[in-house]
Design a protein around this ligand. Structure first.
Ligand code: NAI
Ligand code: MG
Length: 344
């Protein structure tokens, strides 16, 4: 049985990084001896132009029954609908620096050497999905977005984060803002689930303080659980920690283990079309997809190939190559990784 992958390239650098990652995935499949079927779907602006809908039913149907979605990026429409359609409520964002890129971090190398954080972000609820609108009253025109969480939505993501903490170092930090938003009792609900995980230390932390601690002493963290909004913002700090936002992958999973895989960056309109985007975030997402499939050899091989190419000094422009390092574009970096795949 081949793995069925759906590619949703989207807009901006999305198509560039997805194409590069699919090439690598196809080579891996040959080497590791599994077969792949790749289908393409439209999302975002291209979907709107063809179907008048940012996430058309045609695209939903292509994704249905597949083994994973590899997503690029979109400017605004489509991604929230896609996440909600398949109930991808678990968003996993591992933040781990490459040993050879420690000098690219915004922090001193020793502050991030050995860093290993897993963000667990709730992805289908909260302020991005609550009631919203524009109205007018006697004080003028106004807009509103509402942060709304069902208790069960918090409990189910809490169970995932606790399980991850159990498989890791046993510390779960919860990002919250209950001094200002007391009606959504994240801390209480997470503590209740934690009764079933007696070995896990649960540490609720106000999100503003957490943002500061992430920059001050990132290595103190293990798993960080956050709602949709806070998780979105906090995880971009990870980009500065590891050297570029172009390096970070994410997996969005639903209850039955079906997943959407993408880099955490957006369409990068400032560099789109130039062929210079860093594809490693999306290739990292491919690693997460392979791990989810249980193809651990393939996943390890890809990580090692990437590490070797970086160790040889090759860098895309976002990593501002200096000295001995060699500036390469997306296509060249991809070719180098493919070469390493077969040599490993
Ligand atoms: P962005 O992540 O697209 O770009 C931020 C900065 O990082 C830019 O300077 C960009 O050139 C650089 N960058 C990002 N990815 C890179 C890569 N792979 N290689 C090299 N450099 C890279 O965030 P921004 O500029 O805030 O948003 C641009 C658009 O993307 C917006 O329309 C936003 O809505 C959308 N967006 C979409 C996301 C998605 O589809 N999941 C996620 C985040 C933003
Ligand atoms: Mg974001």
């Amino acid at each position: 049985e081949p793995y069925r992958v759906v590619a949703l390239p989207g807009e901006g650098i999305g198509p560039e990084v997805v194409e590069a990652s699919l090439k690598v995935l196809q080579h891996l499949a040959q080497i590791e001896g599994f077969s792949l079927v790749i289908n393409y779907g439209l999302i975002g602006q291209p979907a709107f132009e063809k179907f008048g809908n940012f996430f058309p039913p045609q695209t939903a149907q292509i994704c249905e029954g597949s083994d994973g979605i590899l997503f690029g990026a979109v400017t605004k429409g489509g991604i929230l609908e896609l996440r909600q359609h398949f109930d991808f409520f678990i968003n996993l964002r591992p933040v781990r620096p490459f040993e050879t890129l420690l000098n690219k971090s915004s922090l001193q190398p020793q502050k991030i050497q050995g860093l290993d954080i897993l963000f667990v972000r709730e992805l289908v609820s909260g302020i991005y999905f609550g009631p919203s609108g524009r109205e007018r009253d006697e004080n003028g025109s106004y807009g509103y977005h509402t942060m709304k969480y069902y208790d069960w939505q918090i409990s189910r993501i809490a169970r995932v984060a606790l399980q991850k903490a159990k498989e890791r170092r046993g510390l779960l930090t919860l990002a919250h803002k209950e001094n200002a938003l007391p009606q959504i009792p994240w801390s209480r609900l997470v503590q209740e689930e934690a009764k079933h995980f007696p070995d896990i230390v649960v540490e609720p932390m106000l999100v503003d303080n957490l943002a500061m601690q992430l920059v001050r002493e990132p290595k103190r963290f293990d798993v960080i659980l956050a709602g949709n909004l806070f998780g979105d913002i906090l995880s971009d700090i990870g980009g500065a920690l590891v050297g570029s936002i172009g390096l970070l992958p994410s997996a969005s999973i639903n209850e039955r283990g079906f997943g959407l895989y993408e880099a955490i960056h957006g369409t990068a309109p400032d560099i789109a079309g130039k062929g210079i985007a860093n594809p490693l975030g999306t290739m990292g997402a491919v690693v997460l997809m392979l791990q989810q499939w249980g193809e651990t050899n393939a996943a390890t091989r890809l990580i090692q190939a990437i590490e070797r190419v970086l160790a040889l000094g090759y860098r895309t422009a976002d990593l501002t190559p200096q000295g001995e390092e060699i500036l390469v574009n997306t296509a060249t970096l991809t070719e180098l990784i493919i070469q390493q795949l077969s040599e490993l």
